[in-house]
Design a protein around this ligand. Structure first.
Ligand SMILES: [Zn+2]
Length: 270
């Protein structure tokens, strides 16, 4: 499942490849995958639009259009956005295709069909329920400490709450908690200030390193140009059941928290 670093990598790829292009037509093969406001025809509204920017908010890929509208794509479990050249074959599960006037296309493929490509009107507050961006200037240690105070929620569950911090998923929550030496099930309010500062630092560090390595390809994640990421090669705990902890050599364990597999080290995460 793409998390912040993977979505950031896809968005950067799109910034290099599709910005400046004009939409010739939209092909919708599975109608539920393309969502427009009531009374707006998705394909017709986009015809002739020019892409003026590409970016990311939380785990959403954003394409900004010259009219001020925006295409907001959630990839969910298995979604992919792929830039394709003329003559290149479709990927399995291609449901929406944005054809550009230069004959290239952007394919939205999703075999499990949980993802959505959504047309957002100018000024529409589509992201108001999303929390703070963890690699932005507003995510300060103080803001993070404030978020934890009084909360009995396990710290890992809090990290995954998109209404508080947006973009962290299971991989980077596990990795940041290991880096900070904090037990995933610890109640958020029980973290000391130094521990909270350590975790804040670890979150930012893990996400930045993962972006530098173009994301983690433990499943079928590839970026907009079809390339795999590199962070799976340096994971400390995620998916490493039974392997030795790089810090203390104890075997990594896997427990289940809030229905999610949680990998951690019982010996050095306290
Ligand atoms: Zn350890």
């Amino acid at each position: 499942m793409p998390e912040l670093p993977e979505v950031e990598t896809i968005a950067r790829g799109l910034a290099n490849t599709v910005v400046g292009k004009t939409i010739a037509s939209i092909e919708i093969r599975l109608p539920k995958m393309a969502v427009a406001p009531p009374g707006v025809d998705f394909a017709r509204a986009l015809r002739g639009e020019r892409i003026v920017g590409a970016g990311r908010r939380a785990k959403y890929v954003l394409l900004d259009l010259a009219s001020g509208r925006r295409l907001v794509t959630s990839l969910r479990m298995t979604g992919r956005l792929l830039v394709q050249r003329p003559g290149e074959a479709d990927f399995p599960g291609t449901h929406v295709v944005v054809h550009y006037t230069d004959a290239t296309r952007l394919s939205f493929a999703d075999v499990r069909t949980f993802g959505r490509m959504r047309l957002v009107e100018p000024g529409e507050e589509w992201d108001k329920s999303l929390g703070i961006e963890p690699i932005s200037a507003s995510f300060t240690p103080e803001a993070f400490i404030g978020m934890l105070s009084g909360r009995t929620t396990p710290i890992k569950t809090l990290l995954l709450d998109q209404h508080r911090i947006a973009g962290i998923g299971n991989i980077y929550a596990c990795e940041a908690l290991w880096e900070a030496g904090i037990k995933p099930g610890k109640p958020a309010k029980a973290l000391t200030k130094p521990a909270a500062r350590r975790l804040h630092h670890a979150i930012v560090d893990v996400l930045r390193r993962a972006i530098d390595m173009r994301g983690t390809s433990v499943d079928d994640y590839v970026d907009a140009e079809g390339m795999r990421g590199g962070f799976q090669n340096v994971l400390a705990v995620y998916g490493r059941l039974g392997q030795p902890c790089a810090r203390c050599n104890a075997p990594i364990v896997r427990t289940v928290m809030a229905q999610r597999g949680t990998w951690w080290c019982r010996s050095c995460q306290r």
